[in-house]
Design a protein around this ligand. Structure first.
Ligand code: 16G
Length: 242
């Protein structure tokens, strides 16, 4: 710590902690030394330690557990937004084990939003699937998807807990998924969602709406997903056109 540096002490300590996490010296799930220990170790006041830690909790690098202490959070999931991938692919690419819990599955009448996105007349019967997506046992997202193609009711017989929806569509139903339009918006978790995602009600979430098209430009899927705001970072590469 450099007392004379123009950078405030709390900021220096924060960056020091960030480096320890980045380098892996402080591993995922590790409990931080107590406030008192940190004060002694770095020769700073309790206020300074508190401010650095609070900042890092807000940034999502650390989390507090009542009565247990402060811990290093698991690394966020960096989701690239330049390729059309499924949840299963994303998690397998990270070396993790994806899973799905089907909360409901059935045929329903398309409401005006679903009908518009899938370019169908309102009231058309579509397949509706609501799943909780987990990876290595950790709940990450809720996905509510609507699928339409002639004969989509056959999806009712599929095991969507153990199969990837995209793999089924592409291999068994011969539907080539080629592109999607996706929007991302900020939101807050409702009580039920929070419960399923194991976060506190009112926590920030990332709401995404995806319309997926076949090679003939027909929309086949309209999905609304709720991602945990504390676990996801969406990244995209931007190139400048001259
Ligand atoms: C992704 C998609 C979702 C799709 C699902 C299929 C978003 C942002 N992403 O999560 O639309 O239904 O993958 O996953 O909505 P699966 O092939 O693993 O079942």
């Amino acid at each position: 710590m450099y007392r004379r540096a123009p950078v405030p002490l709390y900021y220096q300590l924060k960056e020091l902690i960030r480096d320890k996490i980045r380098s892996g010296e402080w591993a995922e799930g590790m409990r931080l030394p107590s406030e008192r220990e940190l004060c002694e170790q770095y020769g700073v006041s309790r206020m300074t330690v508190r401010q650095s830690i609070t900042d890092l909790v807000h940034e999502g690098l650390l989390y507090r557990e009542q009565g247990r202490g402060t811990f290093v959070r698991r690394a966020r999931i960096n989701q690239q937004l330049d390729r059309l991938t499924s949840f299963t692919e994303d998690m397998l690419n990270r070396g993790q084990t994806p899973n799905a819990r089907v909360l409901s599955a059935g045929m329903c009448e398309a409401d005006s939003m679903v009908a518009e996105r899938l370019q169908l007349p309102p009231g058309q019967e579509v397949f509706r699937l609501y799943r909780l997506r987990t990876s290595d046992g950790e709940p990450l997202a809720l996905e509510l998807t609507h699928i339409y193609f002639p004969g989509c009711e056959r999806l009712l017989e599929e095991d969507l807990e153990h199969n990837s929806l995209y793999v089924l569509l592409e291999t068994k139903y011969g539907i080539a998924l080629v592109e999607a339009l996706q929007e991302v918006e900020a939101g807050l978790a409702g009580k039920e969602e929070a419960n399923l995602l194991r976060i506190s009600p009112g926590s920030p979430v990332l709401l995404t709406r995806r319309t997926t098209y076949t090679d003939h430009g027909h929309p086949v899927e309209y999905a609304v997903s709720t991602y945990r705001g504390d676990r996801y970072t969406f990244c995209t590469r931007l190139t400048r056109e001259w």
